[in-house]
Ligand binder design. Structure first.
Ligand code: NIG
Ligand code: FE
Length: 412
């Protein structure tokens, strides 16, 4: 067998190879870094890797690229985004700075509800072009796989429009997209006085989304004055019956018990968790729920950071994602999130890299395909213009990407 491409002269090769399960505790820290290494790629997959070089894989058709002694990691995975939406919300920026809270802006009909209007009014092509621009930015920072949620329609047609945009981008764009149905993202104003009716509506949308194969996951924004724990449980139990995998926006602002619920329901991940209780974290550890922490949201809402250190101590597998959305976290930049992972959450650079590669792959149930550099997986990788991994977190606020490869193709 000969390789299509060999990337040689990799100063530090962060493989993330290891057990085929989410990494916890010291497994998040003890990561394998090969020195002066190479990777070999054929048909878009890794076929070999190691220290030094492997002549046996080379023939006249093999391309050889030089990584110049730099640092290589698996393609980064952003396991929580609200990629497809209309408009932007800089009109709320001054309000936020003057101290009006995120939930108060939502209560008065702004926030998510204002993006719902903009998304309803946008055409398919407008949503596609805007989301494509964001995907290009994500890729330029090293993100090669993205989870994308609906949730700015709050009625079937617009939810479907959003999910179809994500589906088409998944076909057209190098970045892979995994879709999540988030019909339960806010209570529409017309249901303000009888939110349970909207819960019924969401439950009614589920079979159609399933039939059209538009989402693998179902998610709910479980929050004070949004969806209660009981409403979340109802929706997600129905989703499970139809074969959706489960995620929860849990304990973001108020400690409602979303973390506990994620453990009871067997969610793949609970996300946010800034207000999660210790009991909730323990339950998550026992039931193997991944904590997908979104420190960009803490930063941008000017609120506290989730207690990642405690979660790691308790044995919870932690992943990190952007939460890219027009309200609580308008950034596509996963490297900023990694830097906040260290500077805000106090995670070490090895923990951070684990969190945006293999653990993020588990958070979207794609760890059999992506998340590590190992034989048989998609050849997604990033060459960072950095002498070691600490440097990526230390020198913050800039883009360290030198090259990005997606399924063996140079894309940045
Ligand atoms: O994850 N918290 C709920 N949903 C998003 C924000 C969406 C928005 O504000 O438009 C989040 O923070
Ligand atoms: Fe979110």
């Amino acid at each position: 067998m000969k390789a299509d491409l060999i990337i040689k002269n990799i100063g530090n090769l962060v493989t993330m190879r290891g057990d085929n399960k989410p990494r916890t505790k010291e497994k998040m820290r003890d990561i394998q870094i090969l020195k002066n290494a190479y990777v070999a790629i054929k048909d878009g997959k890794f076929v070999d890797l190691g220290e030094g070089f492997n002549d046996k894989l080379v023939d006249s058709n093999t391309q050889i690229h030089d990584a110049k002694g730099l640092t290589v990691t698996p393609g980064l995975i952003d396991a929580h985004t609200h990629l497809v939406h209309g408009g932007s919300r800089e009109n709320e920026f001054a309000l936020k700075l003057s101290g009006v809270s995120y939930l108060d802006i939502l209560k008065s009909g702004g926030g998510i509800l204002s993006t719902v209007k903009a998304t309803k009014n946008a055409s398919f092509d407008e949503l596609y072009e805007k989301a494509k621009k964001s995907l290009d930015i994500m890729l330029s920072y090293g993100t090669t796989t993205v989870e994308a949620k609906s949730g700015y329609g709050l009625e079937l047609d617009t939810e479907i429009k959003q999910l179809k945009v994500a589906q088409k981008l998944n076909q057209d764009h190098p970045v892979d997209i995994v879709s999540t149905f988030l019909g339960a993202h806010a209570i529409p104003l017309e249901y303000k006085d009888n939110p349970d009716e909207y819960v019924d509506e969401v439950i009614n949308m589920l079979p159609k989304i399933k039939e059209l194969k538009l989402a693998e996951f179902c998610d709910v924004f479980c929050e004070d004055n949004v969806f209660s724990v009981e409403q979340t449980r109802r929706i997600l139990n129905e989703a499970k019956k139809l074969g959706f995998k489960i995620k929860i926006h849990a304990d973001e602002i108020v400690s409602l018990g979303g973390a506990e619920l994620s453990a009871q329901l067997g969610a793949i991940s609970a996300d946010h968790l800034m207000a999660a209780s210790e009991k909730g974290m323990e339950d998550m550890a026992k039931n193997n729920v991944i904590a997908n922490i979104l420190p960009g949201t803490s930063f941008n809402l000017m609120k506290n950071y989730a207690n990642a250190r405690k979660m790691i101590d308790l044995g919870v597998a932690v992943s990190l994602s952007t939460d890219y959305n027009p309200g609580s976290c308008p950034t596509e930049n996963i490297q900023l999130i990694m830097q906040l992972g260290s500077l805000g959450l106090k995670m070490t650079p090895s923990e951070v890299l684990t969190a945006v590669t293999i653990n993020a792959a588990f958070a979207i149930d794609k760890a059999d395909e992506v998340g590590s550099i190992e034989v048989g997986k998609k050849a997604d990788l990033v060459i960072f213009d950095a002498p070691n991994i600490d440097y990526i977190m230390y020198h913050f606020g800039i883009n360290h990407v030198y090259r990005v490869y997606k399924e063996g193709k140079l894309v940045v």
